[in-house]
Design a protein around this ligand. Structure first.
Ligand code: HEC
Length: 106
């Protein structure tokens, strides 16, 4: 009688160990999938630079294009300026490539 209880306990332990191991393997598989997704993202082409996207760039060459507006906002906020302090504003719209205002000159 005692021996058969022992057999049942061992069987239960074996089955639960198998579950734990298979769950572990599934997780490892999941993280491998994530690695291959990351590799795909890293293989994406590099972001365009500001001079590839904007018309009249002389200084910020090589800067990722997504950084142009943050740079402009940072510059404006640091100086207590508005966009129109350096850029020509015509009919309520900014003519950002224009170099007419001396404030835009470095
Ligand atoms: C202190 C002056 C200054 C302020 C304030 C400023 N800018 Fe600029 N901005 C410049 C200069 C200088 C350039 C040219 C950068 C270069 O040649 O690399 C430029 C370039 C740009 C360009 C690219 C134009 C092109 O096509 O060549 C955009 C768009 C722009 N600014 C938007 C803004 C916006 C929006 C704001 C307000 C949040 C702003 N700027 C505030 C000086 C300023």
């Amino acid at each position: 009688m005692k021996q058969s209880i022992l057999k049942v306990v061992i069987l239960v332990l074996l089955v639960s160990t198998a579950f734990v191991i298979s769950a572990g393997l599934n997780n490892a598989q999941g993280s491998r999938d994530q690695d291959s997704r990351t590799a795909t993202i890293q293989a994406a082409p590099p972001e365009k630079t500001v001079e590839q996207v904007f018309k009249n760039i002389k200084v910020l060459n090589g800067t990722p294009q997504s950084q142009l507006y943050p740079v402009m906002r940072f510059m404006a906020a640091s100086l207590g300026f508005q966009c129109g302090s350096c850029h020509v504003i015509k009919n309520g719209r900014g003519d950002f490539p224009a170099d007419d205002k001396p404030e835009k000159q470095f």
